[in-house]
Each structure stands twice: as C-alpha cells, then as structure tokens.
Write a protein that binds this ligand. Structure first.
Ligand SMILES: [Zn+2]
Length: 154
C-alpha cells in the first residue's frame, strides 16, 4: 500500500529481526496504519529538507518485536507514531543540521526527534502530544537521553 508519494506501508512494517524470529508484522491494525500514514506525510517534509531519499530502519513494532529489540515499553513505535530514519548518502549529523536549519513551518509538528548516533538513525515521533523535543542518545537503546546540542567535532 502506497501511503504517500515516496513511502510505502511495507517500509514501516518490515523487520529483519521479525522475519528471522517468525513474527508476522505484515498486518498492522487499522489504527496503526492511519498513524503510519501521518508519519509518512511528516517524513515527506523531512525528505524534501534532506534533499535525498530517506531509509526507514524501523517503523511500527508489535509488542513482541519491541521487547526483542530492546525498545522501551511505552515506545511510540508500538502505536505506529514513530520511525527511525536515515538520509541516503548523508552523514547523520548533516541530515540533522538540514532539519534544524528549517523553519518550524517547513519541519512541521513533531513530538520527539532523537539523534541516535550509535545506530546512525534519527528517531522521529509524531505522537500528537507534539512536544517538539530535540534529543540525542549516543549509547544505544536504554542509554541516557540528553538534550540535543550540535556537535562541534564534525
Ligand atoms: Zn525509534
């Protein structure tokens, strides 16, 4: 199912880990599909700002998969409000700086954007509580999360 011009539902449901473990992620509940469509709309804006296609590393996760990948129990991935993305051919920090250079209007409403440097992805959540938080998490899942400050070393 094509959700927006550049994003297909399967990009948000496929998982190498799920396939390996025989977890069926192919039929998300309708409410999850609706949320993922909103996420895809938001990611179209991010894609335009990045200037390159985005790769979705992880989108929706069922409970079982979320536990196995070490996701937090209240993860927005469970509800279909979040996706972990990278920009093709762009280092993570460069992708992030392009987003941060954008106006609020260009970027649109978001809940949390977490720069996960160890995984090389941006966790982008669009839960409609829309807190607008920029955070970073450098040590992988369950490591400390801090406010995002642009890196000086790159
Ligand atoms: Zn995530």
């Amino acid at each position: 199912m094509q959700m927006t011009k550049h994003f297909h539902l399967s990009e948000f449901t496929r998982s190498g880990m799920a396939a390996t473990l025989g977890i069926d992620q192919s039929n998300p509940p309708p409410a999850v599909v609706e949320r993922l469509a909103a996420v895809a709309q938001a990611l179209e804006r991010f894609r335009a700002l990045a200037g390159v296609p985005l790769r979705v590393h992880s989108g929706w996760r069922c409970q079982q998969l979320n536990r196995l990948v070490g996701g937090v129990p209240a993860s927005d991935h469970l509800l279909g409000w979040a996706a972990d993305v990278s920009a093709m051919g762009l280092p993570l920090e460069a992708f992030v700086e392009r987003l941060r250079a954008a106006s609020h209007r260009q970027l649109g409403a978001f809940d949390q954007l977490i720069v996960e440097s160890s995984r090389g992805v941006l966790h982008a959540s669009f839960n409609p509580r829309f807190r607008g938080e920029w955070l970073r998490q450098d040590g992988g899942p369950k490591s400390p999360v801090s406010r995002y400050v642009a890196s000086q070393s790159t």
